[in-house]
Design a protein around this ligand. Sequence first.
Ligand SMILES: NC(=O)c1ccc[n+]([C@@H]2O[C@H](COP(=O)([O-])OP(=O)(O)OC[C@H]3O[C@@H](n4cnc5c(N)ncnc54)[C@H](OP(=O)(O)O)[C@@H]3O)[C@@H](O)[C@H]2O)c1
Length: 289
Amino acid sequence: MITKSSLKIGIIGAGKVGSALAQSLRMSGYQVSGIASHTSDSASKLAILVGAYVQSLDQITLQCNLIFIATNDDSVTQVVQNAKWNANHMVVHMSGSLSLEVLNDAKNMGSSIASLHPIQTFVGQDSSFVDVYFGLDTSSEILRDLLKNIVSELGGKVIDVSSADRALYHASAVMSCGYITAVLNDALATWVSANLDYEDGMQALVRLATSTIRNIEKIGFSESLTGPIKRNDKTSVKKHISTLQARSPHLLDVYCSVGKRMVSLVYKDRPDENHEWAQLFNLNSERKI
Ligand SMILES: NC(=O)c1ccc[n+]([C@@H]2O[C@H](COP(=O)([O-])OP(=O)(O)OC[C@H]3O[C@@H](n4cnc5c(N)ncnc54)[C@H](OP(=O)(O)O)[C@@H]3O)[C@@H](O)[C@H]2O)c1
């Protein structure tokens, strides 16, 4: 049985996720012993915050038994290849896109390995994992139990994600974060092309988007749908399309392609309506090209 006091935690990569993790672990009473990073500057800032030592890769593997790799994805392989792993190590990477196999060098040296990906966006300020889901992949029961306990103490929840399902799992997370951001950015560009103020648009549209997300959470997708497609109001949508064509043709593509996705949500049980709407969007996105 691994106890909290027997854990010596090392974090490699003092960036956004590494910093959030180190601080949350510290606040939950875990001992974060060592921080290693690309530059000593970011490592020492984080080490001071959590009462840890700045360490080299060799020192971390010598002194720590639970090691989180929170570097950028491209550096994970290099870190894994350069470290001296042994059977006392439990090695965990935090990437959503990388599979468990990237840690095979450590596994071959006897270490237990896992990937633990927080389904959250970290931009450098929010250090909380409360209510955050984590995608976990590991074949070690001991490490699975340990990571589940740790995540639960941080206030989060673990779901198991197999290597085979990982790419789709990560694609869904990317759509829920970056894609939403891109669509909102285009909504704001459309607002600005109506000669309206950017800051007003930020306030108005982010508020609208936030209330939509809250509705989805409370009452589900179907009940949250509003607007002209839901009301079957083709005249309004034709007006949007013709005005976008005239004044902001570069935004027509996203308007039509996301519109088609909304149609399939609203009219999934009404194939005739679905077809008519799809034709309206297809015709217009082709005309633009
Ligand atoms: N950000 C997110 O929203 C998010 C969400 C979920 C999962 N993740 C995953 O979490 C991991 C870290 O992402 P991040 O956003 O925290 O990245 P980040 O802010 O860019 O931080 C990466 C850190 O890795 C350090 N680093 C780079 N190469 C290194 C090496 N060879 N040895 C030691 N340290 C090295 C960098 O050091 P210096 O600062 O010293 O240059 C930097 O602090 C990635 O796998 C990412 O996919 C990120």
